[in-house]
Ligand binder design. Structure first.
Ligand code: NAD
Ligand code: ZN
Length: 379
C-alpha cells in the first residue's frame, strides 16, 4: 500500500476555468478512489484535438471549471473497493471510453460502445456518487471524459484503465491511449482495406496519419492524403501516404477530384478532420458498389450530414467509430505489444515535448497546425 492510499492528495493540475481561456496550473485536492475506481499518477499526457475542441467549447456542453486531458500514461497509486485486476505500481493507459465487461456491448464482438462507460462529454463527475474527485478550497473542479489527465493525479473508473506491459516506455505509448489507436483501428478494424486497394485519408493530423499507417500495414497500394494544410504533406510521406490533394487547389468538390484520380472512387476512405464538409466528401469519394467510408472526426454540435440517398443506394457504406473499435481493456495491451514488437512506430508521431508548466504551448502548436503530438511531461 502506498503511504497516500486513502488520503486526499494535493497536487498540480491544469485547470480550464472557461472556454478558450489559457489553462492555469493550480493546486488541487484529489479525493481517494471510491468503489470500482482507481487513482493514477499521470507521468505523461499529450494533447488531442478533442481536448482543444472542448476547451474552445464548440460542443453542446460547456462544463467549467474542468480538468481536460485524455491521452496519457501513468502508474496506479491506489485502488478503491472492488478493484481486483489492478494494484499500486501497475503501468496503465487511461481511456476516454470504457469497458465494463458485463453489458451487451462488452459481450458483443462487434461493439466497443460499453453501456456503462462509453464516452460522455457532458458528464463532469464520477458515476459512483455523481460527484467530482477534484476540488480547490472545497469547490468542485469537473472531470473530462472520465480521464482528466492534465493533473499529476486523477481518479478514473477501473473500466477506463488498460493495464499494459511494464516494460513499455510510458513517454511513447501514451499516444496509444487515444489518437494513434483511434486512427489505426479505424482503418484496421473498421474500414478494413484489402491488399492492393486505394484509401483516401481526410485530415493528416496524428489521427489521420495513424489511419494511413493502418492502410500501409493492411497493404493498401494507393494512400491519398487530403488536407487543407499543405504543410502536412511532407511529413505524411513517412506514414505511407503516396498521393496528396489539397481541396483548396481545385475549383470542383474534392470528391470529384478523387473520383477522377481513382477511376470512379477509392475503395476506402477514413475521415479524421471533424469538419462536416470533409465528412460528406469522404463518403461521396468512395467507389459505388463496394466503397466504405469511416468517420472519426468529432463534428461541430450543429453539423448535419447531407448526401443524396442515391449515393447510398449505389452500394456505398458509411460507418463511424470511437477509439477505432478497440475495447480498451481487452485490446489496448496488444496494440502496445505491436509497438514493443516494432510492428508499429510511435516516435514519428511525437514531434514536440513540453513541461507541465508549459502546457499552453501544446495548445498553441495545435492551433497553428504545427507538429503532430506534443508530449507533456508531468514532473
Ligand atoms: P489535428 O488537428 O492534429 O488534425 C486535423 C487535420 O485535419 C489538420 O491537419 C487539418 O488541417 C485537417 N483539416 C481540417 N479541416 C479539413 C478539411 N475540411 N479538409 C481536409 N483537411 C482538413 O487533429 P487530430 O488530433 O488528428 O484529431 C482529428 C479528429 O479526430 C478530431 O476531430 C478529433 O476530435 C477526432 N478524434 C476522434 C476520436 C474518436 O474516437 N472518434 C478519437 C480521437 C480524435
Ligand atoms: Zn460494458
Amino acid at each position: 500500500m502506498s503511504s497516500t492510499a486513502g488520503q486526499v492528495i494535493k497536487c498540480k493540475a491544469a485547470v480550464a476555468w472557461g472556454p478558450g481561456k489559457p489553462l492555469v496550473i493550480e493546486e488541487v485536492e484529489v479525493a481517494p478512489p471510491q468503489k470500482m475506481e482507481v487513482r493514477l499518477k499521470i507521468l505523461y499526457t499529450s494533447l488531442c484535438h478533442t481536448d482543444l475542441y472542448f476547451w474552445e467549447a464548440k460542443a453542446q456542453d460547456s462544463v467549467f471549471p474542468r480538468i481536460l486531458g485524455h491521452e496519457a500514461s501513468g502508474i496506479v497509486e491506489s485502488v478503491g473497493e472492488g478493484v481486483t485486476e489492478l494494484g499500486p505500481g501497475d503501468h496503465v493507459l487511461p481511456v476516454f471510453t470504457g469497458e465494463c465487461k458485463e453489458c451487451a456491448h462488452c459481450k458483443s464482438e462487434e461493439s466497443n460502445m460499453c453501456s456503462l462507460l462509453r464516452i460522455n462529454t457532458e458528464r463532469g463527475v464520477m458515476i459512483n456518487d455523481g460527484k467530482s474527485r477534484f476540488s480547490i478550497n472545497g469547490k468542485p473542479i469537473y472531470h473530462f471524459v472520465g480521464t482528466s489527465t492534465f493533473s499529476e493525479y486523477t481518479v478514473v473508473h477501473v473500466g477506463c484503465v488498460a493495464k499494459i506491459n511494464p516494460l513499455a516506455p510510458l513517454d511513447k505509448v501514451c499516444v496509444l491511449s487515444c489518437g494513434i489507436s483511434t486512427g489505426l483501428g479505424a482503418t484496421l478494424n473498421v474500414a478494413k482495406p484489402t491488399k492492393g486497394s486505394s484509401v483516401a485519408i481526410f485530415g493528416l493530423g496524428a489521427v489521420g496519419l495513424a489511419a494511413a499507417e493502418g492502410a500501409r500495414l493492411a497493404g493498401a497500394s494507393r494512400i491519398i492524403g487530403v488536407d487543407l494544410n499543405s504543410g502536412r504533406f511532407e511529413e505524411a510521406k513517412k506514414f505511407g501516404v503516396n498521393e496528396f490533394v489539397n481541396p483548396k487547389d481545385y475549383e470542383k468538390p474534392v470528391q470529384e477530384v478523387i473520383a477522377e484520380m481513382s477511376d470512379g472512387g477509392v475503395d476506402r476512405s477514413v475521415e479524421c478532420t471533424g469538419n462536416i464538409n470533409a465528412m460528406i466528401s469522404a463518403f461521396e469519394c468512395v467507389h459505388d458498389g463496394w466503397g466504405t467510408a469511416v468517420l472519426v472526426g468529432v463534428p461541430h454540435k450543429d453539423a448535419v450530414f447531407k448526401t443524396h440517398p442515391m449515393n447510398v443506394l449505389n452500394e456505398r457504406t458509411l460507418k463511424g467509430t470511437f477509439f477505432g473499435n478497440y475495447k480498451p481493456r481487452s485490446h489496448l495491451p496488444s496494440v502496445v505489444q505491436m509497438y514493443m514488437n516494432k510492428e508499429l512506430e510511435l516516435e514519428k508521431f511525437i514531434t514536440h515535448q513540453v513541461s507541465f508548466a508549459e502546457i499552453n504551448k501544446a495548445f498553441e502548436l495545435m492551433l497553428r497546425g504545427e507538429g503532430l503530438r506534443c508530449i507533456i511531461k508531468m514532473d
